[in-house]
Write a protein that binds this ligand. Sequence first.
Ligand code: UD1
Ligand code: MG
Length: 450
Amino acid sequence: MKIEAVILAAGLGTRMESKLPKVLHLLGGRPLIAWTGAACQEATNRRPYVVIGPDAEKIRHVASAEVNFVEQVERLGTGHALLQVADQLRGKSNLVLVVNADLPLLRPESLRCLIEQQESNPGPFTLMSAISELSRGFGRVERDRDGLVVGIIEQAHATPEQLTISELNVGAYCYQADWLWDHLPKLPLSPKGEYYLTDLVAMAVAEGGEVSVSSVEDLDEIIGINTCEHLAQAEAALRRRINRGWMLAGVSMLDPESTYIGPEVQLGSDTVLLPNTHIEGRTIVGVSCRLGPNTVVRDSTIGDYCRVEVSVVEGAILEDEVDVGPFAHLRRGAYLGRGVHMGNFGEVKDSTLGPGVKMGHFSYVGDATIGEGANIGAGTVTCNYDGERKYKTEIGPGAFIGSDTMLVAPVRVGRGARTGAGAVVTRDVPDGSVAVGVPARVIRKVKKND
Ligand code: UD1
Ligand code: MG
């Protein structure tokens, strides 16, 4: 059967008390609309239509490639929002999946169950419901004595008795398309002056059509976002979902509640994550690593058997057996070869540290290439910027950079060369020689016992 999907995202989201449109608030680092969009896309294999408000330029900007946008100029309720796509979708499919944009944790599998249920329902549509004592303002599903659905009562209009109903309208529906496009324009105006999509239930029942229900068991899936508190609840639920998946794949966490793993992250087995570790963006971590505590890793690739403690790693690549921290900052373009040791208070940006390089104490390395096995003494700084341009530093394999050396780029320290403590190196130091002083001058060749 042909199906189209529609996401309703034009609401003002006033309960968020925020200048940002509700669907652009982030969950797991991704805007809410991207979550719902991906779930609909996966469930239907179609690019969903998204109904947005007239002032939603920012939303267009964020999600433009993956969805079709339709504008709802006046915000007259969920029924009215769906009506905005009627002209485009009428006659295009047999079924229409409709999902509220503020349900980011709905799984594609649950949407697929909803669709399958409607495929075998002779009645006009199926809605998704869940049983929960925590209503979060959801509409209640009203059934008659025989258990047939007869209506949805919005929380704002419910009597105290109706408020005790624990079956909730989740906000996802699958309609028989012709029936939907025929009945949608006939929705009555609610007491609040809006056209409620949920009033289609009473219309179907009045005609003798059966409204079927697909129920979702995992209550985390139905956390709808209406306030910032709901957003935090969804964040916690997403964290539980992601962390559970990784623990089942062999990743250990000392405290899953304080371990934050983004949805696109990949982790190897036997890796241990310590508390307050944030792994974000497109990060890949190998096997048997130990990350944290208090560590941020963003958009980076970390090999096997690495250790990163109390540090920030952004846009960096670490080969196997690299040891970082505490208090290190790896920035964009940092490449640490196999077995590099980088101790406390170091910063590396746009630089390659060859295998086995040791940089144990506070140092800044930017725009540099450091050869295998070199030793970078405490307080070494690559002076790579003259206020206008950046310049490169090259340090040869096996070089020994004395404590507090200033390397004024562009400059090269040769293979096996040494610099004295406090040297300010303004000219190249040849292979195998020793340079000292301010500005540094070459005094002799490296001796065997140097
Ligand atoms: C809606 C349902 C309620 C359900 C709940 C669960 C209605 C009338 N009520 O209530 O039964 O339990 O969702 O998620 O449908 N929107 C528009 N245009 C509008 C108004 C809303 O596009 O004019 C969009 C919003 O952006 C939102 C969605 O529709 O994504 C639902 O609107 P919202 O205001 O959140 O409705 P709820 O009060 O949550
Ligand atoms: Mg809502």
